[in-house]
Design a protein around this ligand. Structure first.
Ligand code: ASP
Length: 431
């Protein structure tokens, strides 16, 4: 098998759009057996899938692909050409994706998992240099993009803030972008002004990734969020189509929810409950886009308690104070806080609680509470961990090396810890 059995099986389930239970029944095996084949290599309970099962699954997937070829126009050509914007291999908005292309990207992310889990190394981007240009605060996005590039064998040059860049001397976006393009092979850019990353992208032909443009978009975050939901749903036996997603907090300025709701809208029959204080509602133009398909239900409420009832996913966000005008009140009172009490009171045992992070843990902020930290329904650290395989997949696709990764992998020479965080021992073996 060219790919690992976990990648093979997850890809098959995604293509066939089947839950684990239905997939196990379809291929005539016990759900428990399927679960052990899906565990990461090296985990104690992991088992090898018999060859006859592999052949059977391949046959089912091929037949399904043949059928859908007759019912829809076949996708062809490299993924980077299909998601290109203005003919360039850049990632500026989730609008560049279809359901098929986003799931193809996730198959590449699955291939990256052994590298992200520090079992394997790869050098497919050896010699390539990434320019990480962050003109706004960042920890996760900047470091995880950098680490993802390094884990594929490339190296990274960083700049942070305006103060130490030539923009403080009045340099234009065009000049900065053109100059950087002579130094590096790809750029990730974060900037406080909406539309500014697209301006950078216009001035260059090298791959540019939008790392967040003001209140605009944060496409890589939405991609890793969707990847997380699909992974968690696979474990819980749920499908994306028909899911109930509750988005909570600052939906006006929060760019992660702007990108995420559009990406989720690629699926069918979703119910979105949008919960925010007065004045921080989701912008109308985004709501119109999501509603345009006629496939989804959108409800808006100012009551957290009512909005969370029946949710499969709670996606909490931070109030984006940095985008408020001086003295503006956020209206974000304690009633909006997602915490243990409200989750126990209104949610089921298989809800997942997400947040793009950082969460504001200062008193009075009422952001996602730390009292859920040891609750396995809290997926925030698994979500943040997924930033690595998804961002590796983005680079591999934009730089056209996704087909080289599998065969380039070697075992790591050091010994990483079996659990990377003190909180995740409880979740070990969940997949
Ligand atoms: N890290 C996310 C962003 O850059 C979320 C946040 O800052 O609240 O948009």
């Amino acid at each position: 098998m060219a790919v690992s059995q976990q990648v093979f099986l997850r890809d098959a389930m995604r293509r066939l759009n089947l839950t684990r239970d239905v997939f196990a029944a379809r291929i005539g095996v016990k759900r428990r057996a399927l679960d052990t084949w899906l565990l990461p290599e090296g985990s104690l309970e992991a088992r090898s899938m018999p060859e006859v099962v592999q052949r059977f699954v391949t046959e089912i997937v091929e037949n399904d692909a043949l059928l859908s070829k007759y019912s829809q126009s076949a996708q062809s050509g490299p993924l980077r050409d299909r998601i290109a914007v203005g003919g360039k291999h850049q990632l500026l908005s989730v609008d560049q994706f279809t359901r098929e292309s986003v799931e193809e990207l996730f198959s590449v992310a699955d291939i990256m998992q052994p590298i992200a889990r520090r079992q394997k190394v790869s050098r497919v981007l050896e010699g390539a240099v990434l320019g990480n240009l962050f003109f706004e605060a960042s920890t996760r996005t900047r470091v995880s993009f950098g680490a993802a590039f390094c884990r594929l064998g490339g190296s990274v040059c960083d700049t942070t803030g305006f103060t130490f860049s030539s923009m403080a001397k009045g340099e234009s976006i065009y000049d900065t972008s053109r100059v950087m393009s002579g130094y590096v092979d790809a750029m990730v850019i974060r900037h406080p002004d909406q539309g500014s990353v697209a301006e950078f992208a216009h001035a260059t032909n090298i791959p540019v990734v939008n790392g967040g443009d003001g209140a605009g978009e944060h496409p890589s975050q939405a991609l890793l969020d969707l990847y997380t939901i699909l992974t968690e749903f696979s474990r819980l036996g749920k499908l994306m189509d028909g899911a109930h997603i509750a988005l909570v907090g600052d939906l006006k300025y929060g760019r992660t929810v702007h990108s995420l709701i559009k990406l989720l809208a690629l699926y069918r029959g979703l119910k979105f409950t949008l919960i925010s204080p007065h004045g921080l509602e989701m912008p109308e133009d985004i709501l119109e886009k999501v509603a345009a398909s006629g496939l989804h239900t959108i409800e808006q409420t100012h009551s957290l308690e009512e909005g969370l009832v029946g949710a499969d996913v709670i996606y909490a966000t931070r109030v984006q104070k940095e985008r408020f005008s001086e003295g503006q009140d956020d209206g974000y009172t304690a009633e909006f806080q997602v915490n243990r009490a409200i989750v126990e009171q209104v949610c089921g045992p298989d809800v997942i609680v997400m947040h793009p992070l950082p969460r504001d843990s200062r008193p009075g902020a009422h952001d996602l509470s730390v009292d859920l930290n040891m609750d396995p329904r809290l997926a925030i650290f698994r979500q943040a961990d997924n930033g690595i395989p998804v961002r590796m997949a983005i680079f591999a696709v934009l730089l056209g090396v996704e087909n080289l990764v599998q065969h380039s992998m070697r075992d790591v020479t050091w010994s990483p810890p079996s659990h990377i965080g003190s909180d995740d021992a409880a979740f070990h073996g969940m997949y």
